[in-house]
Design a protein around this ligand. Structure first.
Ligand code: ADP
Ligand code: MG
Length: 700
């Protein structure tokens, strides 16, 4: 149960003065974490100001610079109302000893203006100055106060990220009211660490961010900001550690088969395993042999050959008589995994089945019966499917192909579908260590660091869209030599329709120029249509595949050697690297053409530069982190680090390491969170919405 001391923080925002149902809705959209319930006071407080306005800045009218927010001590002069029925603004002149300014109002409420700016009286006015025809003006000042009321104006005002329809002042007021509600909470920080850092306590930290005194107060490295970032990171690390400890406590099975089935899979491969593939398989076998559950992350750049490792791992478990499941993020990928595994499974004698959301009810039921009867060893399907109704007779291992979507907390839930289920998570994004920690917590990691032998690096060039015809001609020449080409059109965020039109148009243009049939794949097609198009391209019936980014993850056509990425400037680095990884999978030299529409912004230019310079996914991920921050790497749109409201991967990486060690130590010394600090930590978990982990405690 939630500690009652937290109640004020979990009150809905609508209980705050000035927040009615309409505003509450806007606030929910801005700071809420769950669409089906009101945002809480805590949600509001975790919405941190992005900058501040310093109203102590009083340069005088003549010395106010264009664009500055200033506070002026003025005498109100003449009112200049516009003629009746005119749309012109209402102007009020005012002056101080340095000069004259006009206050400008659109859609004026005259009686209010006359009352607020009485001619001949002194007023303290604050707002943004703009110079127009060499004269200063202030459009809709933020404040106009009598000198004796001047103290009512905050000297420093936090500026929050807003949403359409929500006024800055409304949000500020709500934040101030929320701050009043913060109770004194028990301290959950380790005492020695708290003393060493000198951080404020939780309540003071919030106060320092929402009522800042100096610009430095709201910077990510201020003590207050660090404190809250650490709190959030600790909550997440502790929750992950609890999940992990819980999984381990459920007990795993020591799986020590002869290894014959695994060997049969490996022998069926038309190639030699790379050193790091063999190493990863060894690490997995060791995990499996121990009577604890495996929780391992298999990390490797695109094309590194993770699928084979996964199948070898599954074979080891299947040999013991248990079943395996492989979850892919999309239908296309599930089908592809199925197709690439099928010949190997047939040779090794593993009974493989594919299940997708598009299956007919009847087929689904039949499959389920076969699984129940133990007639199927390995099921490949989508995440959504496995989270749904599928059950197993004896599930032993789950492989989660995350590619670069994340949500490992939920995925782990699936391991409840069997006894002692071992889990292997594959990620294609070569995420840096800090982000591994953020997203997966303290998992064991195997890394595929070497590429399969004979792979040639991919030559990457960037070319302006002005040279489209030239590129098409070159593509034509390449196909004539028997090369296969991907042509990727970008996702236009605003409109799926425009997006579709663009990719269809490109398909038409290419067919016309190249005078041959070309395959097309986009998100609006049915699974069968997509399959057919992919199959044509794979078999060589077509030599060019035009696609939206649906092909981005995992698609494997080893003899494709050219990829053209249109509007490359719109893609993030990680995504460009993923796309580029569609080629360079065979033994022929490959190339990647980044078609951009100029002029390039600074970041976009830097991204394309990095793409030209390196093929190293890990390096690219680090650069991406520098250029755009964690959220972008993981392909999410919101700024900041996914799953986090305060902590930012690029700013607080060092804190992440400390939080992980802290969490580990806590579970060693106080596994049920029973000590005073443990009880305080329960509050922390609730505060940051990680309380589901608490239910895993024995003394929940
Ligand atoms: P990813 O790590 O991106 O999932 P895949 O598992 O899809 O990579 O493998 C990419 C391609 O490389 C596949 O065609 C696969 O058959 C091939 N492959 C995997 N391992 C090796 C290897 N050791 N030698 C040669 N080719 C390999
Ligand atoms: Mg793959």
């Amino acid at each position: 149960m939630r500690p009652p001391v937290l109640d004020p923080l979990f009150a809905p925002v609508s209980t705050l003065p000035g927040i009615g149902p309409k505003i509450a809705k806007l606030v929910n959209g801005l700071v809420g974490t769950q669409p089906d319930r009101d945002a809480t006071v805590a949600d509001l407080l975790f919405h941190i100001p992005q900058s501040l306005i310093d109203r102590r800045h009083r340069p005088g009218i003549a010395y106010s610079e264009n664009g500055d927010t200033v506070t002026l001590d003025v005498t109100i002069g003449r009112h200049m109302p516009p003629p009746r029925h005119s749309k012109a603004p209402y102007k009020i002149l005012a002056f101080d000893e340095t000069g004259q300014i006009s206050f400008v109002f659109f859609h004026p409420r005259r009686d209010w203006l006359e009352k607020t700016f009485p001619e001949g009286e002194r007023r303290i006015v604050s707002g943004k100055v703009e110079w127009f025809n060499e004269r200063p003006q202030m459009v809709h000042p933020d404040y106009s106060l009598r000198p004796e009321e001047a103290a009512e104006m905050p000297a420093i005002e936090p500026v929050y990220p807003l949403t359409a329809g929500l006024a800055a002042k409304t949000l500020q007021k709500a934040e101030r009211a929320a701050l009043e509600k913060v109770p004194q909470l028990p301290e959950w920080l380790d005492r020695a660490y708290h003393e060493r850092t000198g951080w404020p306590d939780f309540r003071d930290a919030l106060a320092s961010l929402h009522a800042p005194q100096e610009r430095s107060d709201i910077e990510p490295h201020s003590p207050a900001y660090q404190r809250l970032a650490y709190d959030e990171l600790l909550a997440s690390q502790l929750a992950l550690a609890l999940v992990r400890a819980h999984m381990r406590s459920l007990g795993g099975l020591a799986r020590t088969p002869s290894g014959n089935l695994q060997q049969a899979v490996i022998s069926a491969l038309p190639f030699q395993l790379t050193g790091s593939q063999s190493q990863a398989i060894r690490e997995i076998n060791e995990d499996l042999a121990r009577p604890v559950r495996m929780l391992r992350l298999l990390q490797g750049d695109v094309g590194a050959g993770k699928t084979v490792v996964a199948l070898a791992a599954l074979a080891q478990v299947i040999e013991t008589g248990a079943q395996g499941a492989l979850m892919a993020p999309t239908e296309i990928l599930a089908r592809q995994h199925y197709q690439s595994m099928l010949p190997l499974c047939e040779k090794a004698g593993i009974r493989l089945a594919l299940m997708t959301g598009k299956d007919k009810q009847k087929d689904r039921r039949l499959r389920q019966e076969q699984i129940d009867a133990g007639e199927i060893d390995l099921v490949v399907g989508t995440h959504a499917l496995f989270q749904g109704s599928v059950t197993f007779r004896n599930l032993g291992m789950v492989v989660v192909d995350e590619q670069h979507r994340f949500g490992v907390h939920q995925r782990l839930a699936l391991s409840g579908k069997g006894q002692g289920v071992d889990v292997l998570v594959m990620t294609a994004t070569p995420i840096p260590r800090t982000l591994v920690l953020t997203c997966f917590g303290d998992m064991d990691v195997s890394r595929l660091t070497d590429k399969p032998a004979g792979r040639k690096p991919i030559k990457t060039v960037s070319v302006s869209l002005d040279r489209l015809e030239e590129i098409i001609a070159r593509v034509g020449a390449a196909i004539a030599e028997g090369q296969k080409v991907y042509w990727v059109c970008p996702l236009v965020e605003e409109s799926e329709k425009i997006d579709l039109a663009a990719v269809e148009e490109r398909h038409r243009v290419l067919e016309r120029y190249l005078r041959r049939r070309i395959s097309l794949v986009h998100g609006r097609m049915t699974a069968d249509e997509k399959d057919a198009a992919m199959a044509d391209f794979k078999s060589g019936a077509t030599m060019v595949l035009v696609a939206t980014t649906v092909i981005e993850v995992g698609v494997d056509v080893p003899d494709a050697t050219i990829i053209v990425i249109e509007h490359a400037e719109r893609f993030g680095l990680a995504q460009l690297h993923q796309l580029r990884g569609r080629v360079g999978r065979g033994d022929k030299p490959s190339s990647c053409v980044l078609l951009y529409k100029g002029p390039l912004g600074e970041t976009a230019g830097a991204r394309l530069g990095i793409m030209r310079e390196t093929n190293d996914g890990f390096l690219i991920a680090e650069e991406d982190l520098k250029l755009r921050g964690g959220g972008e790497i993981l392909g999410t749109r919101q700024s900041g680090t996914p799953g986090f409201r305060i902590a930012r991967a690029e700013e607080h990486a060092d804190l992440m390491e400390v939080a992980r060690d802290d969490a580990r130590l806590i579970l060693e010394t106080d596994p049920d969170l029973e000590t005073p600090r443990g009880k305080a930590l329960r509050c922390l978990l609730y505060l940051f919405g990680r309380d589901t982990a608490i239910r895993l405690l024995r003394a929940g």
